[in-house]
Write a protein of this length. Structure first.
Length: 215
């Protein structure tokens, strides 16, 4: 899962760099300079991989937060998640760098919100209805926390370069999680068989000890 996510997020961010920073590539196309062109490509690929690793770190942190939230807030945890989602969206609009235009902030929030809704809807179809809010939480709150690294800087191009791999990586991780954690029926059957065999062995030993004491 780690390496697949790294590959998918890295490629997504790398492709995005062609659209966001095309001038950096085009500078070495005419006249063609393969060495420097490769250097630029590796530079942006490295950025994409770093941002993907940040997304993976945030996702694994979410797994702990989700368990903690379920234990601490009990049945109120879904409500808490919704409130945190609203706060994260509010924060991206009103508490990010003033160098970013209001239009870009609203577009960013809409993209993240729509992406979260689409991913959560797919997650529900793949698993169950209760997965909707956690999936939205990952796509909005966790993504917003990860993007806070660049949202305060105010560089729009840099933000886009991070948004793409982060959203793609988080979407892939939340959609694949149930498959990664699924229990193999055959493996579970073998575990149960070994457990039954151990219990039978213990019972047999207990019977033998009892018989020896009677003798």
């Amino acid at each position: 899962m780690f390496f697949k996510t790294l590959l998918i997020g890295g490629l997504a961010g790398f492709v995005a760099s062609f659209f966001v920073n095309w001038q950096d590539y085009s500078a070495y196309l005419s006249p063609f300079d393969g060495f420097n062109l490769l250097g630029v490509a590796l530079f942006f690929l490295g950025y994409a991989l770093v941002f993907t690793v940040i997304a993976q770190t945030g996702f694994f942190a979410y797994l702990f937060i989700h368990r903690f939230g379920q234990g601490f807030f009990k049945t109120f945890w879904p409500v808490v998640q919704v409130l945190l989602m609203l706060f994260a969206l509010f924060d991206m609009i009103f508490f990010t760098s003033d160098d970013i235009s209001a239009l870009f902030k609203w577009i960013l929030v809409i993209i993240i919100g729509m992406t979260g809704y689409i991913v959560a809807t797919i997650k529900v179809k793949l698993t169950k209805k209760t997965a909707f809010i956690p999936a939205m939480f990952v796509m909005i709150v966790i993504s917003a926390l990860e993007l806070s690294l660049v949202l305060r800087a105010g560089d729009v191009k840099f933000i886009i370069l991070m948004v793409v791999p982060v959203l793609v990586a988080n979407a892939y991780q939340i959609l694949i999680l149930h498959k990664v954690t699924a229990v193999d029926p055959e493996h579970q059957a073998r575990i149960e068989a070994r457990r039954k065999a151990r219990l039978e062995a213990k019972e047999k030993q207990a019977v033998e000890k009892t018989a020896k004491k009677k003798k």
